[in-house]
Design a protein around this ligand. Structure first.
Ligand code: ADP
Length: 446
C-alpha cells in the first residue's frame, strides 16, 4: 500500500479508536462512533470541494488538500494537466505548420467525408475551385463542382484516360485546365487533390504542333525527292549505270522518311482533340479482307500463310480510316516479324466480354520485359531488325491511340521464339447492324 493510503488508514484507525474509548467511557459508544464518522465524512467532503474548486477555477494556484491522499490526487492531476497542456501546445504547433504548408501548396486539397461532403479545404481550393472554407464546409462537393466528368470520376466511373485522375476546366476560370486525383485515407475519408495542368497541357500541345508542322513541311520536299529518284531509277540511260546502287539506297531511305512523316502526321491527328473524324458503321470483315490481301503482297516471296476468320455480320461503329490503319499495322507487323512460311491468323468475333480482333503469328515473339513499352513511340525491340523491315517504330503507338478513340484496349501476349498475339478489345456497345450490302466472306485461306 502506498504511503498516503497507509497514513490515511492509520488516521482513521486513531480517530475511531479514540472515539470508541471516549464513547465507552461516557457510555455512548454508538453516538461517539457516529459523530467520528460524520466528522471524517465532513472533512473529506471539504477536501473534495477544495479540489473541485482548484480544478475548475484556478489551476495555477498551489495544490489543495491537507490530507496526504488528497495532495497525492491533486499532484497527480496537476502532472496530467501539465502533460496535456504540453501535448496541446505541440499539436497546435503541428497544426499551424500543417496549415501553413497547405496554404503554401499550389494544389487545391479538399478533405471529403464518406458522403462526399467537404470537411476541410486549403487556400488554393479557393483560387482553383472557388471553394470558400467558411461557406462550403459540410456541402456535397458535387453541388460545388458540377462538371459531368468530375462527378462520374467521384462516383468511380471515370470516362477519361486512366482511372486515376480526371481533367476538367476550372469553375472559376475557363482557361485553367485542372487535373484531380482522389486519395482515400483514415475512416472512409478522401483527400481530393486538384492541380493546375494548363501549362503542362499547353507545352504538350506546342510539342505536338511542332512535330506536326515539321512533318507537314518536310512531306512535300521529300515527296518531290522520292519522285525524282524513282524517275532516275526507271531511266535506261547508261550515264546512270554507276549510280544505280546509290540511287536505290537514296530512294529506300527517302521512302522510309516519308513513312515516318506519314506516321507522325497520323499520330498528331489522333492526338489532336479538335480534329475528330466522325464515326460510322464499318464493315470490319471486308476491311480485314483488304488488309489480308495487302499483307499477302507485303509477304511476297516469304510465302506466309494468312488466315482470316471473321464473323461476317459483325460490324462496329467507328472511324474506318483509323481502324484500317490500326489493324493493318498489327497484320503487317505479324508479316514482318514472322519468318518465311510462317502462320498468321486474323480473328474477328464477339462474345459476352466484348468484340475482339486477334492477330496471331508463330514468329520470333517478344521477351516479357519489352511488352509494357511496345506502344511507346520509337520503341523497338531490335532497332536494326525494325529498320531493315521498313518499320518506323510508330505502328503500335498509332494502334493504341486509335483504340483509345474507340474506347478500346490493346492486349499483347507473346513468347520468345513461339509467336505473339495482339488483341484489340472493343466494347459491345460499338456493335451495329450490317448495312444492306453482301458480306464478302467468312473464312478465307490465302
Ligand atoms: P516498328 O515499325 O518498329 O515495327 P511498332 O510500333 O509497330 O514499330 O512495333 C514496335 C516493336 O514491337 C517492333 O520494333 C518489334 O520489335 C515489336 N513487334 C511488333 N509486332 C511484333 C510481332 N508481331 N512479333 C514480334 N515483335 C513485334
Amino acid at each position: 500500500m502506498s504511503k498516503p493510503w497507509s497514513s490515511l488508514c492509520q488516521r482513521l484507525a486513531l480517530i475511531f479508536i479514540g472515539a470508541a474509548l471516549l464513547g465507552w467511557m461516557a457510555d455512548r459508544l454508538t453516538l461517539a462512533l457516529l459523530l467520528a464518522a460524520l466528522g471524517e465524512l465532513a472533512w473529506q467532503l471539504w477536501q473534495l470541494y477544495r479540489l473541485d474548486r482548484w480544478l475548475n477555477r484556478d489551476p495555477d494556484a498551489s495544490l489543495p488538500g491537507s490530507g496526504l491522499v488528497w495532495r497525492e490526487v491533486a499532484a497527480h492531476t496537476a502532472r496530467l494537466r501539465r502533460q496535456s497542456r504540453k501535448r496541446k501546445r505541440k499539436l497546435s504547433r503541428l497544426l499551424q505548420q500543417f496549415q501553413q504548408a497547405t496554404a503554401a501548396l499550389p494544389d487545391a486539397a479538399v478533405v471529403l467525408d464518406e458522403e462526399g461532403r467537404v470537411v476541410w479545404c486549403n487556400g488554393a481550393s479557393q483560387l482553383l475551385l472557388g471553394l470558400a472554407p467558411g461557406r462550403d464546409i459540410g456541402l456535397p462537393i458535387t453541388h460545388l463542382l458540377r462538371h459531368p466528368g468530375f462527378v462520374a470520376f467521384l462516383n468511380g466511373q471515370n470516362p477519361q484516360r486512366d482511372g486515376d485522375s480526371v481533367e476538367f476546366p476550372s469553375p472559376v476560370d475557363d482557361h485553367l485546365l485542372l487535373g484531380a486525383r482522389i486519395v482515400p485515407y483514415g475512416k472512409k475519408q478522401r483527400l481530393l487533390v486538384v492541380t493546375d495542368i494548363s501549362r503542362v497541357r499547353r507545352l504538350e500541345q506546342m510539342q505536338r504542333d511542332f512535330v506536326a508542322n515539321v512533318s507537314h513541311e518536310l512531306r512535300t520536299p521529300l515527296t518531290v525527292i522520292t519522285g525524282y529518284l524513282e524517275t532516275l531509277l526507271d531511266s535506261d540511260s547508261v550515264v546512270l549505270d554507276n549510280w544505280r546502287q546509290p540511287l536505290r539506297c537514296m530512294q529506300q531511305q527517302s521512302s522510309r522518311m516519308l513513312h515516318i512523316i506519314e506516321d507522325l502526321l497520323m499520330l498528331a491527328r489522333l492526338e489532336s482533340q479538335k480534329e475528330r473524324l466522325s464515326h460510322r458503321p464499318v464493315a470490319i470483315p471486308a476491311l480485314l479482307a483488304d488488309i489480308a490481301d495487302d499483307a499477302l503482297a507485303l509477304s511476297g516471296d516469304s510465302s506466309h500463310r494468312i488466315e482470316v476468320h471473321a464473323d461476317p455480320g459483325l460490324w462496329i461503329r467507328g472511324c474506318e480510316k483509323e481502324l484500317h490503319s490500326a489493324f493493318s499495322n498489327l497484320v503487317f507487323n505479324a508479316v514482318r516479324y514472322t519468318p518465311v512460311e510462317g502462320q498468321i491468323e486474323i480473328r474477328w468475333w464477339a462474345d459476352s466480354g466484348g468484340i475482339h480482333l486477334a492477330v496471331t503469328d508463330n514468329g520470333e515473339g517478344i521477351a516479357p520485359q519489352h511488352l509494357p513499352r511496345l506502344t511507346e513511340r520509337f520503341y523497338r525491340v531490335n532497332r536494326d531488325r525494325s529498320r531493315g523491315s521498313g518499320g518506323t517504330g510508330l505502328g503500335l503507338s498509332i494502334v493504341k491511340h486509335v483504340l483509345n478513340h474507340h474506347g478500346s484496349q490493346l492486349r499483347i501476349t507473346s513468347e520468345l521464339g513461339a509467336g505473339s498475339v495482339f488483341t484489340c478489345d472493343f466494347p459491345l456497345e460499338l456493335r451495329v447492324e450490317p448495312e444492306p450490302a453482301p458480306a464478302r466472306f467468312g473464312t478465307a485461306y490465302r
